[in-house]
Design a protein around this ligand. Sequence first.
Ligand SMILES: Cc1cc2nc3c(=O)[nH]c(=O)nc-3n(C[C@H](O)[C@H](O)[C@H](O)COP(=O)(O)OP(=O)(O)OC[C@H]3O[C@@H](n4cnc5c(N)ncnc54)[C@H](O)[C@@H]3O)c2cc1C
Length: 433
Amino acid sequence: MTDSTDGTVVLGAGLTGLSFAFHYGTGTPIYERESEPGGLVRSLLVRGCSFDLAPHLLHLRSEYVRKLVFETLGLEAAQVERKARIYCDGRLISYPFELNLHGLSEQMREDCLRGLDTIAPHGPEHDAELRTGSYEDYALNTFGAGISRHYLLPYNRKIWDTPPRDMTCEWMRFLPAADAGKIRRSAYAPSDEAFGYNSAFYYPRRRGIRELPDAFAQRLPNIHFNKEVVRIQTTERCVHFSDGTSVHYEKLISTLPLNRLVALSDLPQSAQRAADLLEYTTVYTINMVVRGAVPEGVHWIYFPDPEYTFYRISLPKNFFPRATPGDEQILAVEVGCRRDGHDWSALVSRVERQVRDLGVFDLDGHCFTHCEKLPVAYCIYDKQRTPVSTALLHQLASLGIYSTGRYGTWEYSAMEDAILHGKTLAESLRAGG
Ligand SMILES: Cc1cc2nc3c(=O)[nH]c(=O)nc-3n(C[C@H](O)[C@H](O)[C@H](O)COP(=O)(O)OP(=O)(O)OC[C@H]3O[C@@H](n4cnc5c(N)ncnc54)[C@H](O)[C@@H]3O)c2cc1C
């Protein structure tokens, strides 16, 4: 890695910005609004408890990233076999829903199987074609009405806070095609728990997920913290910060949310109007520190039922023993909403009440609640998303501004992808691309 003295400037010290600088030149300057690196991948220590901003588990498909993380950066992490559950039909069933129909009540199971019988037979080769329509059509045509109605549609409506008929299927790139034979067999016998690429995950052993960005940041001497970008002049190629300072660039690597980047820039009104069309959810993580019994060894539980405000509860103590100092458990409850519509304190009270009344946890003490808000969490794949983001990315690149990462490209992706985004862009620019 070499120092960058070519006028390349990075905005944001999340995993994408860190990975870019690591691969482009470790001296590349990074400007970050917060006082520490990591972006969304941070863990906070509060009253002896470790809270991720939202629980973050490291799934690895790329051999390159595996070697980088464990060998080059020396991250020490436990490998954990996923144990995920879905609360449905008044009981906990194993994830994924469609391969664990045996766990449902007879009535719901029959409903799911009937739905499967009514769809036109199709092989995995038809999957790409089925994915060209709305997510609702995809679910109904590949899994049938029962599985769709009991799980896929309500769960996805909740996490994206968007009607599934208004969503495309572009976010599903890593989800395997439906296999009707396997689904039918699962009605009578448990399937293999190891399903999909994320059947196992890694989690750092000592200080929470923040260890991953920290390992990058230790190798990058040119990160400037408490530098909030407030204005970007694209003709002068100048970034202004809230403390009154500014920096000139030749090439600007931005990992800010794409809509925010455009709003901070002097791009014309047409671009500003287009950026306003990009929809997203805000996620609230409501961490309840409790005493009592929780489902043994379970890492997280999905909640498709619209009766509950939250879409997922994670149990970090079950994969990170140091999450609390004693025998307390953390229930990390996630709620998502389009834009930012919730009354914060009413939301927390409602969630706490629903969690207590669920019947899933046998609580005998509630120590305290710690909340975090992720203002831009899930970028929504509606019909506008791809044409709008593609046009904006081209417009920005023509001005020497490279918008990258999960929020810079407005996509649904994971930490591993953030690392690869940074690497790919660094290599492309180094090669003169
Ligand atoms: C609820 C939730 C759960 C997730 N769980 C997982 C998981 O389990 N596993 C997984 O692999 N991935 C998970 N992810 C995805 C993961 O968080 C992202 O892929 C990754 O954090 C993206 O990194 P980034 O650097 O592109 O963006 P960010 O982390 O958002 O980094 C952008 C940086 O820009 C800075 N910034 C913003 N505005 C300004 C400004 N005006 N001036 C200066 N700096 C600014 C921010 O402070 C931030 O540091 C999850 C995401 C969410 C929302």
